[in-house]
Design a protein around this ligand. Structure first.
Ligand code: AHR
Length: 522
């Protein structure tokens, strides 16, 4: 994916921005970063790097699934190019079938012979026909191809506890144990799948039923009661969580749902400028960039405040917090169906993803899963497709660069960030996280969201006993740069040799709107 030309271009851009920064006197004070080498061990769950695929626009149909009669190379109708690309970023879990769609979805519509499957209207997303040709078998087989864990989001808004209990039996119980697994076997799958993650409704406060938290908490208890795993196949039950800063929602759920019925509570937060005027995905102004980053960085405060409530009711941290929808949400690409939420993806999205993933890493003691919305062709996608063509977005590259953090041990960092100031308002310019992997390699992910100013950094890593360092950088000439089907490698990572280690100090200069991942060894 990385060409020699792209490396040269990126090195050139890096030098140019650095020189510009120096020449205009914009070089700020060195950011001193210290590491806590003795912190209690916290694993950064790989599930923080999870994804989401809804029956929405071209996410499933055209994105993941083209059908087995397509000319596009596929296995059982699943596009192999997207499977290969997603395997590269080691996606740990995939949430399906929604989103809002989940609370209209009756899973039995999507099993058995195609000619017997009913068509429905996808009322949330463009009122288009959903012919149910992609159903439970297709999704769970896709997860096996991807070597990823499925996360099934069940229908509470218009479904029943029986329907959910049947879905669990159908997917996870052995054939011969009851009628549902027998039906699965009749439909061609003898062995159960391994499905641990179960969402009990989605956005119950909105498209999932417009419920009050008290009502949803009771409904949750009822649904969870009838969910039965098979022997050691423990289920991980996820409550539909709050929208952004709705702390009352979290409080009522934590207070009213007994701890033996719940493993996790979710949170949704999108970085949106204004729901009435989201702004373009590509031709945005600096003002729009600034507001997007402000909304994205709110994630830190949201997590801290929701966790503070959870701590009150669950001081031993038995219940996890999952951010199972997050990302940037802009206007759809001109000329595309407004109900399909198809948007381009630029360096702004790379900044958003890098900074948000750093927040999740740094709160890994309670945040055990997150799902970017969404994997393909919808919102902040990692992959875009157009018929047989496919491209990897800047957000994809961030996920690839952060793979070393999966299941690694968090190394807490402390520093005071310089500020990125725009028209009198300021945001922290630098975001960072670090971890140590099984082989003892330490990875630092550093993001500078400042649109103009580079920053010198000095990391005091003496306590980690590190000797050498290599790195990669993701940057571009403008924040608006993005990959297109004609030029799919416009924004790609390149080698970064600007970090120097000496006397226990790691020094580098990070250019404006760039993301650097360093790998340091003894
Ligand atoms: O991701 C798109 C939509 O955003 C989801 O369907 C819904 O849960 C959220 O409001």
């Amino acid at each position: 994916m990385q060409t020699k030309n792209s490396i040269n271009m990126k090195s050139y851009t890096f030098l140019l921005t650095l020189l510009l920064g120096l020449a205009t006197g914009l070089q700020a004070q060195t950011v001193a970063i210290s590491v806590d080498a003795d912190a209690d061990s916290t694993t950064i769950s790989r599930h923080i790097y999870g994804h989401f695929a809804e029956h929405l626009g071209r996410s499933i149909y055209g994105g993941f699934y083209v059908g087995d009669t397509s000319d596009i190379p596929n296995r059982e109708g699943i596009r192999m190019d997207v499977v290969e690309a997603l395997k590269e970023i080691e996606i740990p879990n995939l949430r399906w079938p929604g989103g809002c769609f989940a609370d209209t979805y009756h899973w039995m519509d999507g099993i058995g012979p195609q000619e017997d499957r009913p068509s429905i209207l996808n009322v949330w997303w463009g009122n288009v026909k959903e012919d149910n040709s992609f159903g439970t078998h297709n999704f769970l087989n896709l997860c096996e191809m991807l070597d990823t864990e499925p996360y099934l989001s069940a229908n509470v808004g218009s479904g029943t506890p029986q329907e959910l209990a049947d879905w669990i039996r159908y997917t996870t119980h052995p054939a011969g144990s009851s009628p549902m697994p027998d039906l699965r076997a009749e439909n061609g799958r003898e062995e159960p799948w391994d499905v641990k993650f179960w969402g009990i409704g989605n956005e119950a406060w909105g498209c999932g039923g417009n419920m009050r938290p008290e009502y949803y908490a009771d409904l949750y208890r009822r649904f969870a009661t009838f969910m039965t795993g098979w022997q050691n196949n423990e289920l991980y039950r996820i409550a539909s969580g709050a929208s952004s800063g709705d702390y009352e929602w979290t409080e009522v759920l934590m207070k009213n749902i007994p701890k033996n019925l719940i493993e996790a509570i979710a949170l949704h937060h999108y970085a949106v400028i204004d729901w009435g005027a989201k702004g373009p995905a590509v031709d945005f102004t600096e003002n729009q960039y600034f507001i997007t980053m402000k909304e994205a960085l709110k994630m830190e405060e949201l997590i801290e405040k929701h966790v503070a409530i959870m701590d009150e009711y669950d001081p031993n941290k038995r219940v996890d917090l999952l951010v199972d929808e997050w990302g940037g949400w802009y206007d759809v690409e001109p000329g595309t169906n407004p109900g399909f939420l198809y948007q381009q993806n630029t360096m702004r999205d790379a900044m958003l993803a890098g900074a948000t993933l750093n927040i999740f890493n740094n709160h890994a003691d309670r945040v055990k899963m997150a799902n970017i919305a969404q994997a393909i062709n919808v919102l902040q996608a990692v992959i875009l497709t157009d018929e047989e063509k496919m491209l990897l977005t800047p957000t994809y590259h961030v996920f690839r660069m952060y793979v070393p953090h999966h299941d690694a041990q968090l190394i807490p960092l402390s520093f005071e960030s310089p500020m990125y100031t725009f028209e009198g308002e300021s945001l922290p310019a630098i975001s960072a996280s670090a971890s140590r992997d099984e082989e003892g390699k330490v990875h630092f992910s550093l993001v500078n969201i400042d649109s103009k100013q580079s920053h010198e950094m000095e990391l005091d890593v003496a306590a980690l006993g590190l000797g050498s360092v290599t790195g990669e950088i993701l940057t571009a000439e403008t924040l608006q740069e993005h990959n297109t089907f004609e030029n799919p490698d416009q924004v790609t990572p390149s080698g970064f040799d600007g970090a120097k280690m000496s006397n226990g100090k790691l020094r580098l200069t990070i250019p404006p709107f760039s993301l650097v991942v360093l790998e340091a060894t003894k």
